[in-house]
Design a protein around this ligand. Structure first.
Ligand code: GLV
Ligand code: GLV
Length: 326
């Protein structure tokens, strides 16, 4: 039997490629970033499996170009780059990579919390520019993290992993989620609050929800204005959860203390984005899951999910369970 054909849109780690070799007949985009759209579309005619990633928009147009497609395996936990409803209508499996990147993303979230609160990037630039003349009581004073309150918006695996770290810093943990999580409440001592109250009460607000029509622009002008003047907003989830223009005004006009951002509405973030001019905004380029172990885990999981579906087995991380009849 000939092996099923697949297209791999990203140069994933060798541990993942090993799983694919011998199980699928695949072509891979070896260069940086994702394949240009026309290059991608013209490769999909006979393809049954697609290993996609965040820079690849899987929409009606792409699905139309891939009439034999059975599975889209996303190399990410989030899947807002995929039109899941359109895939489901065609009976195509969509999978993601949960769990393997939970700790790395929570670590990066905490790095942003600490860096923003203690002004690490600004302090480093200050030192290197030769401005450090003397130690002083008011030099680069920031916000204390230990003992502060943190509001976790979206209390799934990553949100809970952030809460666990927060406990180690003796923080008071609030959370908001559409579903109550009684077990996590008990084990982490986290208190559920309505979003409005969480925003009012928290010294740090950190976002960990999926991006969808319900969560787009979850944090806009009204929400930012309701936060403490000293509060710091952290976003290591998805850029469009936040109204970026409102966030710029909030940080420049000091409605809030600042922000730490791993994600942006448009990525890569254009260099003329006004947020990049603000010293109280810490920015990194969507590296939440970029730990060696985690990235290998994502390569493994995305390859396993692809192969499983192509071999007619229910993939472990099926996002749209309703397509599975087997
Ligand atoms: C990264 O942003 C992911 O969703 O895995
Ligand atoms: C600061 O360096 C201190 O010793 O308090």
């Amino acid at each position: 039997m000939p092996l099923p054909k697949a297209y791999v849109c990203l140069p994933i780690q060798e541990v993942g490629l090993k799983i694919l070799r011998g199980a699928v007949d695949f072509k891979i985009w070896e260069k940086e970033g994702a394949p240009p759209r026309d290059e991608l579309l013209k490769n999909l005619k006979d393809v049954e499996g697609l290993l996609s990633g965040l820079p690849v928009r899987v929409d009606e147009e792409l699905l139309n170009a891939a009439p034999k497609l059975k599975v889209v395996s996303n190399y990410a936990v989030g899947y807002d780059n995929i039109d899941v409803a359109a895939a489901t209508r065609r009976g195509i499996c969509v999978t993601n990579t949960p769990e393997v990147l939970t700790q790395a993303t929570a670590d990066l979230t905490f790095a942003l919390i600490l860096a923003s609160a203690r002004r690490i990037v600004e302090a480093s630039a200050f030192l290197r520019s030769g401005d450090w003349k003397v130690w002083g009581p008011e030099l680069l004073v920031g916000v204390d993290v230990s003992g502060a309150s943190i509001g976790v918006v979206g209390f799934g695996q990553i949100g809970q992993a952030v809460a666990r770290r927060a406990k180690g810093f003796d923080m008071n943990v609030f959370y908001f989620d559409t579903a109550r999580k009684p077990e996590a409440e008990a084990s982490l001592g986290a208190k559920h609050l309505p979003l409005e109250e969480l925003l009012r009460e928290s010294d740090f607000v950190t976002l960990h929800c999926l991006l969808n029509d319900q969560t787009r622009n979850l944090i806009g002008e009204k929400e930012l204005r309701s936060m403490k003047k000293t509060a710091i907003l952290i976003n290591a989830a998805r850029g469009p959860l936040v109204d970026q223009a409102a966030l710029f005004r909030a940080c420049s006009e000091k409605w809030i203390g600042g922000a730490g951002l791993d994600v942006f509405v448009k990525e890569p973030v254009p260099l003329d984005e006004p947020l990049l001019t603000l010293p109280n905004v810490t920015t990194v380029p969507h590296i939440g899951s970029a730990g060696r172990v985690s990235r290998n885990g994502m390569a493994t999981r995305s390859a396993e999910n692809l192969v499983a579906a192509l071999q007619g087995k229910r993939p472990r991380d099926l996002v749209n369970g309703e397509v599975w009849k087997g």
